[in-house]
Design a protein around this ligand. Structure first.
Ligand code: G1P
Length: 281
């Protein structure tokens, strides 16, 4: 399966840190956020990871390129653990597509439309670098929900406080708890960054499993909120012809790194997690 990782945005929420460094290269502990996302995809049933980037972001390509000189230097100074880490980052199988202009998330995803078409039109993932999934289990859970519902689209959602709904895409829907699926909702509507009256407090949380029809719709999606081509708008249109489901995730399943505060919190949570697994080892 294909996983599309959009990484061509301006990173405005992190300026000036992101003036020269892409947002996706900001570290959580000792790894750039985008490496977690690539590893999450590869831990699932993904064989093609495509990063949507732009020509101003060479650091992402450099990070995923091999650096034998650095590996040799580390090995010759007895730092074989670090050498292995550097080698791993340089060996991860990723490919790139260029988004010429930052026209929005929907446009970034559409940059991979030909690839999705070539891939026998199977479902594909979109993974946003704003979210880390430390246990790497969410994509498998989403696939299971999709299979249970005739290979429909599935979006991960997280319950957020009312004061935060304006930052996210928010879903309207019907819980399937009474049908024995406590974590699943059938989506009936979506609103991108509602400024008032959000239809729920379930926020679209950076992981999508989508049918190829989404690409078709993105081809004619007009700019929406923020004058950007929004993935949410194509999904709203998709609802006219296809069913769509939300997987309600646990706050411990996905960590937000989309704002400076969330990124700081995530570093702390990941540090605590690392300490506790070191303690158990
Ligand atoms: C994007 C999506 C939004 C989603 C969010 C998750 O917004 O458009 O629906 O809730 O990612 O992080 P962005 O954060 O790129 O503005």
């Amino acid at each position: 399966m294909i996983a599309i990782i959009p990484a061509a945005g301006l990173g405005t929420r992190f300026l000036p840190a992101t003036k020269a460094i892409p947002k996706e290269m900001l570290p959580v502990l000792n790894k750039p956020t985008i490496q977690y996302v690539v590893e999450e995809a590869l831990a699932a049933d993904v064989d093609t990871v495509v990063i949507i980037t732009n020509d101003n972001k060479p650091a992402i390509r450099e990070h995923f390129s091999s650096d034998e000189a650095l590996v040799s230097l580390l090995e010759s100074t007895g730092k074989s653990d670090l050498a292995a880490e550097v080698r791993t980052a340089g060996c991860l199988p990723v490919s790139y597509l260029i988004q010429e202009k930052p026209l929005g998330l929907g446009h970034a995803v559409y940059c991979a439309s030909e690839l999705v078409r070539e891939n026998q039109n199977e479902l594909f993932y979109v993974l946003l670098g704003d979210v880390l999934v430390p246990g790497n289990q969410m994509l498998q859970q989403m696939t299971a929900v999709s299979r249970a519902h005739e290979n429909a689209c599935v979006i991960a959602v997280l319950a957020v406080p009312d004061s935060e709904t304006y930052r996210f895409g928010i879903v309207a829907g019907v819980s399937l708890a009474s049908q024995g699926e406590p974590q699943v909702w059938r989506i009936t509507g979506l609103v991108e960054k509602p400024q008032s009256n959000p239809p729920s407090n379930l926020a679209v949380f950076g992981r999508y499993l989508l049918t190829p029809k989404v690409m078709e719709l993105l081809g004619s999606t007009e700019p929406g909120v923020g004058n950007e081509i929004q993935l949410t708008d194509a999904l709203i249109e998709l609802l006219e012809t296809e069913e769509m489901y939300a997987l309600v995730i646990d706050p411990d399943d996905g960590y937000d790194v989309g704002t400076v505060n969330d990124w700081l919190n995530t570093n702390n949570r990941m540090a605590a997690r690392a300490l506790s697994s070191a303690g158990q080892a």
